[in-house]
Design a protein around this ligand. Structure first.
Ligand SMILES: O=P(O)(O)OC[C@H]1O[C@H](O[C@H]2O[C@H](CO)[C@@H](O)[C@H](O)[C@H]2O)[C@H](O)[C@@H](O)[C@@H]1O
Length: 268
């Protein structure tokens, strides 16, 4: 694996192989562990993904998923209950589930979301969009529209305006515009977890724009603390922004699982 890696990425990979118990392996969910599907409620991990995570966790690696999903939903869809010591950070890090306790911590949803919910139908009008209710956020999906990308682009300005008027932000993603509170992102979430675990090597895998802060966090940790990091892009035609930042681009969730299995086979 990874014959053309940069020196820091190579160091990270070697460290993970040699000392999995000192490593933090963190993953985005949709588009990285789980293939993209039309209906978000049907999203499930690629076959073999969770089995590979279980083996790595049993070898002592700290496994995390950092997702835009509510933590409870990611744990349920991912069937992560048996991955030893795993942490799921939901809503970009605002929520947390730990396998050890089975507990979820989640701050209350921002009251401004109620106003957004009231005004959203007027903003969407007759648009062929689907609204996902997420508790601490609402996501407007265009994947099932006749022209998904055109609708996404048309809805971006009015949805951004709606969010801004209510002190919220828009998280753009793969044919989705999510209205959510500011103040947390996957970079801050990953940095906190890296500090908490004292990880000596980090792997992060993601596919979408919301993963860029996590990629940046790994880069910063490499530069400031010297922690070796390996950045994996779960490649797609929909998002190309991560490929230039990644050490390795693989072929979507199938490629991520291939890589995990390779890692499992290479553990010392
Ligand atoms: O941070 P993630 O784990 O990548 O979650 C981001 C969003 O993922 C989901 O939407 C995406 O996946 C759907 C299922 O494959 C797909 O239909 C949709 O087009 C994608 O944008 C999820 O529904 C969102 O709530 C998450 O924020």
């Amino acid at each position: 694996m990874g014959t053309h890696l940069t020196p820091t990425a190579r160091t990270a990979l070697d460290a993970i192989r040699t000392h999995p118990s000192r490593s933090l392996l963190a993953f985005d969910f949709d588009g990285t562990l789980a293939p993209i599907v039309e209906n978000p409620e049907n999203s499930r991990p690629y076959p073999g993904a969770v089995d590979a995570l279980k083996v790595l966790a049993d070898r002592g690696a700290r496994i995390a998923v950092i997702t835009g999903r509510p933590a409870e939903v990611a744990v349920k869809y991912g069937e992560f209950e048996d991955v030893t010591g795993m942490t799921v950070l939901g809503h970009y890090g605002a929520e947390r589930w730990d396998q050890g306790t089975g507990q979820i911590t989640a701050p209350p949803p921002p009251p401004a979301l109620d106003d957004v919910r009231r005004e959203l139908p007027g903003v969407l009008g007759e648009a062929d969009a689907w609204v996902e209710e997420k508790g601490r956020a609402v996501a407007v999906h265009t994947r099932r529209a006749k022209n998904p990308q055109a609708l996404w682009e048309a809805l971006n300005p009015p949805i951004t305006d709606l969010a801004t008027r209510h002190g919220l932000i828009v998280e753009p993603g793969r044919l989705v515009l999510e209205i959510r509170p500011a103040g947390m992102d996957k970079g801050a979430a990953l940095t906190t977890l890296a500090e908490e675990t004292g990880a000596e090597a980090i792997l992060y895998a993601g596919d979408d724009l919301g993963d860029i802060p996590a990629f940046d966090a790994v880069t910063t940790l490499r530069e400031t603390t010297g922690t070796p990091g390996l950045l994996i892009c779960s490649g797609s035609k929909e998002v190309t922004a991560l490929t230039t930042r990644a050490d390795l681009t693989v072929d979507g969730p199938a490629g991520v699982v291939r890589l995990l299995n390779q890692l499992v086979n290479e553990l010392s």
